[in-house]
Design a binder for this molecule. Structure first.
Ligand SMILES: Cc1cc2nc3c(=O)[nH]c(=O)nc-3n(C[C@H](O)[C@H](O)[C@H](O)COP(=O)(O)OP(=O)(O)OC[C@H]3O[C@@H](n4cnc5c(N)ncnc54)[C@H](O)[C@@H]3O)c2cc1C
Length: 452
């Protein structure tokens, strides 16, 4: 039976991992949810980290098309060898499995093109002229979602123009055992065996280098500039993949998820993590917005989005630098977005107020910002950290036994020991005055201007 149009609590545009996972979790939380998307039809392989697979499993989400973890072979400048492992992911199967689970969870799925998302009217307009109306919309059309404002064309918010060309090629000797990533003078490649007799091969190159060349000739030129004589796949999948901060501020009528908020360089291998983890924000954000707690939702979104974008952009830059190549593809990518460190090693532990998720709801809490937790840590071993540290009243951090009796007598000894160990791991030292600053230096007014 065809799904019924009408009014829903929540309507989502786009059913990639971000939109589908959000739809499932929102339906499980009791909302009536509509999801409008084009079905996945092109073949596409990507690398999924073990962290993403673990999150999906923890939330009872399907792992269709996700292969067993395999060690990735890296050939990147001076580094040659095995590094990390990843799960080769058949995205067509994976996305289809999520959509099926969404439908089984009670989401009304419309396999239709979205013509426009209209937050002012609370509606998603489909290309056949019909509308989905809802109390809250989510935008999850990935990189095809419109950018929030033309201000975002600023060079530091959008990376060098980069194109990926990928597809199946016949087996290549040395490439059929494990995923591989390689830096080449014209760009980089990623490959994963797709069964015995096919290899998924992806070439990433510079759009600028194509000059006036367009169409099929441009695709072939880009492929050859990275891979030389390797024949072009018969049906190449072409994607523009410049990293970009698409929507730094939350529109309280239509929050964004996944690539529609921040699109990362595929080199980071962080895109699916961000898509899924941003979908985990959907339920607490929806609860806050539907309860009128707009400022909480804005602050939460802004922090998460900005932190993800800047951290991953700088991590990516350092990875490009590590290749040690000086050609026109590598130079701009080794310089973008700036020279600031990816991991700020000078962070002095201090308390700040941040919006966190607590029991499925957004809440403003004091968190401890440290070098290892620049986004802030609110809890360790189930205890709120900052109020705990206040109990020390400026005294030095005692050893584990005194810490238990003087700071956390109500907790079991193992819990007190776990927190003590966590503090040591964050740079605190026993017997030394705690070098932290409890002033709340950060305030985050919600300044989304719907007119922009
Ligand atoms: C070439 C390439 C390689 C990548 N490799 C990796 C990797 O190895 N590891 C990794 O973690 N990440 C990788 N990424 C990033 C990862 O794919 C994305 O971050 C992730 O897919 C984002 O999920 P999403 O749900 O936000 O968007 P998408 O997956 O893009 O989903 C958007 C959905 O919206 C639908 N849609 C769009 N427009 C419309 C419309 N008008 N009407 C109806 N539906 C619409 C689409 O059909 C799609 O289903 C790669 C990305 C690319 C492009």
């Amino acid at each position: 039976m065809a799904p019924q149009f009408g009014t829903f609590d929540i309507a989502i545009a786009g059913g990639g991992p971000a939109g589908s996972v959000a739809a499932i979790l929102l339906a499980r939380a009791g909302y009536s949810v509509a999801l409008a998307t084009l079905p996945p039809c092109e073949p596409r392989y990507e690398g999924m980290s073990a962290r993403v697979a673990a999150i999906l499993q923890r939330h009872g989400l399907p792992l269709d098309g996700i292969g067993p973890a395999a060690q990735r072979h890296v050939s990147w400048g001076a580094f040659q060898g095995g590094q990390n492992s990843e799960h080769p992911a058949d995205r067509k199967q994976f996305d289809t499995g999520l959509l099926h689970t969404a439908w089984a969870a009670g989401v009304t799925v419309f396999f239709k093109a979205v013509a426009s998302v209209r937050p002012d009217a609370g509606e998603i307009r489909l290309s056949d002229g019909q509308n989905l109306t809802a109390g809250l919309l989510f935008e999850a059309r990935g990189r095809r979602a419109p950018r929030q404002s033309t201000d975002l064309d600023r060079a530091e918010l959008i990376g060098p123009d980069t194109i990926s060309v990928a597809g199946f090629v016949p087996p290549q000797s040395g490439y059929m055992d494990t995923p591989r990533i390689e830096a080449r003078p014209g760009g980089w490649i990623w490959s994963a065996p797709a069964g015995q007799d096919r290899l998924w091969l992806q070439a990433v190159g510079d759009a600028q280098s194509l000059g006036q060349t367009r169409g099929k000739a441009a695709v072939a030129a880009l492929w050859n500039s990275v891979l030389g004589d390797t024949p072009l796949p018969r049906q190449p999948a072409i994607h523009a993949i410049a990293p970009q901060l698409t929507a730094p501020e939350l529109d309280p009528r239509c929050p964004r998820l996944g690539d529609a908020a921040v699109a990362l360089d595929p080199l980071s291998g962080h895109g699916m993590f961000w898509a899924v983890s941003s979908a985990l924000m959907a339920v607490p954000i929806a609860r806050a917005l539907l309860d009128g707690q707009t400022a909480l939702a804005c602050d939460f979104y802004r922090n998460r989005v900005a932190e993800t974008f800047w951290r991953q952009a700088r991590v990516g830059r350092d990875f490009y630098r590590e290749a040690g190549l000086q050609s026109p593809f590598w130079q701009p990518r080794a310089a973008w977005p700036d020279d600031a460190p990816a991991h700020d090693t000078d962070i002095r532990p201090h308390a700040a107020t941040r919006v966190i998720v607590q029991n499925g709801h957004l809440a403003r809490r004091e968190v401890l910002i440290t070098r290892d937790a620049p986004g802030g840590a609110a809890f360790a071993a189930g205890q709120e950290i900052v109020p705990l540290l206040r109990r020390l009243n400026g005294r030095p951090l005692p050893g584990p036994a005194r810490f238990h009796t003087s700071v956390l007598p109500e907790a079991p000894p193992q819990a007190a020991r776990a927190i003590h160990q966590w503090l040591l791991s964050q740079g605190f030292t026993e017997g030394v005055q705690i070098p932290w600053d409890t002033t709340n230096r950060e305030t985050n007014p919600c300044n989304y201007d719907p007119a922009v």
